[in-house]
Every structure is written in C-alpha cells, then in structure tokens.
Design a protein around this ligand. Structure first.
Ligand code: ADP
Ligand code: ADP
Length: 228
C-alpha cells in the first residue's frame, strides 16, 4: 500500500507571494520503504518533513500520508493524525531538559495506558536501542548526546507509528557512532514494516536506504527555476 502520495503540491510560507518553496508534481512511496532525502541547505527538506507530519498544510494539491488526506484536514485533525501515525525525531532531539526521560516519553504518549504498561513499552524500546532502563528516572539533561538521541527515537516510536521521520540525527556523531546508530535504527522491532523518511546532508549514509530522493529533482523549486 502507499505510505506517501503527493500530487500537484504547492507550498509557500508567504501566502501572498507567488514564489513557492516546494512544487511537487507527483511523489509516491510504498509502505515499508526507507527513504533517504538529501539536498543543500534551504532546498526544502525540513519543509517537506513538516508537510508529511501535517505540521504544515499545502496551499494547493493533495498530500496523503498513511492513507489520510492531510490537505482536507483541519489543524486539529492533523494533530490527531500526527499522534496516531507519525513519529518525529528532530535534529536537536527536542527533549525537555529538566524532565525525566520517562516524562519526556510520556508527553507524546497517545494511548492511555497504566504507568506499568508504559514502563514495559519503554523497556522494550530501550532494549532495542541498547539503553539501560535505569536511565528512565534520570533527567534528560543528565544523559550523553548519544543517549539523548536514542531517547528521542524511543519517544518517536512509543505510539508505534507507521511512519518514522528523522531529521539530521547524525550530525553530532562521529563516523563510527554514526554507523552503529544506523544499524540500531534499522534493526529495531517493526523497522521492516515501518516507512522511514530520513533527512541528511551526509551522502555516506545513502547505502542504508532503499530509495534516494534529491530535493532539487523532487521539487521544482520555483525560485531556482525562475533564475535559470
Ligand atoms: P535546516 O537546514 O535544519 O532547515 P536552517 O538553518 O535552514 O536549518 O533552519 C533552521 C530553522 O529555522 C528551521 O526550523 C526553519 O524552519 C527555520 N527557518 C529557516 N529559514 C527561515 C526563514 N527565512 N524564516 C523563518 N524561519 C526560517
Ligand atoms: P532545508 O531543510 O533543506 O535546509 P528548509 O525547508 O528549512 O530547507 O527551507 C526551505 C526554504 O524555506 C528556505 O529558503 C528557507 O529560508 C525557507 N523557510 C524555512 N522555514 C521558513 C519559515 N518558517 N518562514 C519563512 N521561510 C522559511
């Protein structure tokens, strides 16, 4: 089935401007695909991720993610969509420093479960991420960068999303840490069925992916097209 289906999409931050940041004629991604998105700074990678997650809404065109037509949803409906279907890992991890790891994960927890069920779910994820369960009770800012990054992954996966979106997660890591991070990410339970959209500047990571997308080919960047 189709995880991402985009048709004649136009997006601009400035509603009055005729210049679009993104123009995508057609883009389809099958469920379970691992997509590597690359392109220079300013080419619209973050904008694309925010459209896929339903944070941003296109001015024109259609965007369906996990079978949901985001273009005809309200902001509230897109929030619910995001909680149910999408896991997001940001470049800066976006953990709240003064909260414990458990509370950081609980914040995005969509299904209401007893706390023992939550702990069980966290421990299962921690196991796959090679994180010690003892870290659950630590403050987020007491963890190393590598640990924080894996907690951010655990938080993104706690609702068992069909789509995992990861933005530049390896920029703070050295080469060896980068490769073990990728291997960990792709070996996690459910990784085979989950669609992964991964943004990186680092072409060395492309081999881990089944699909490579160059932003400048995906989108007719209006500004650039006009300049030619
Ligand atoms: P990245 O390559 O991760 O997108 P940027 O430096 O381009 O990093 O952007 C950092 C943040 O600032 C992003 O969240 C982006 O949405 C926002 N941003 C980028 N350009 C602008 C702009 N012209 N006006 C407002 N916000 C912007
Ligand atoms: P990338 O992630 O590839 O660096 P972005 O999606 O962040 O690219 O940015 C694409 C373009 O949109 C850039 O020209 C950037 O300046 C602009 N932009 C990004 N965020 C905003 C924003 N919040 N408001 C206005 N312009 C923005």
């Amino acid at each position: 089935c189709t995880a991402i289906d985009i048709h004649n999409l136009c997006f601009s931050y400035d509603k009055k401007s005729s210049t679009n940041i993104l123009e995508i004629e057609r883009w389809q991604v099958n469920a379970g695909e691992r997509v590597f998105v690359h392109g220079p700074s300013g080419s619209g990678k973050s904008t694309l991720l925010n459209l896929l997650a339903g944070v941003l809404k296109p001015q024109r065109g259609e965007i369906s993610v996990c079978g949901q037509a985001l273009h005809s949803m309200s902001g509230r409906q897109r929030d619910v969509f995001r909680a149910r279907h999408v896991g997001l890992v940001f470049q800066q991890f976006n953990l709240i420093p003064y909260l414990t790891v458990r509370d950081n994960i609980q914040l995005v927890r969509y299904h209401t479960h007893t706390s023992s069920k939550l702990d069980e779910a966290i421990i299962t994820l921690f196991d796959g991420l090679q994180l010690d369960p003892i870290l659950m009770d630590r403050r987020a800012d007491a963890l190393s960068v590598g640990q924080q990054q894996r907690v951010a992954i655990a938080r993104a996966l706690i609702n068992q999303p069909e789509l995992l979106i990861v933005d530049e997660p390896t920029s703070a890591l050295d080469m060896a840490a980068r490769d073990s991070f990728m291997q960990l990410l792709l070996a996690l339970p459910g990784a085979e069925d989950r669609t992964l959209v991964f943004v990186s500047h680092d072409p060395g990571l492309a081999d881990y992916f089944s699909l490579k997308v160059e932003m400048q080919q995906l989108s007719k960047h209006k500004e650039l097209a006009d300049a030619v």
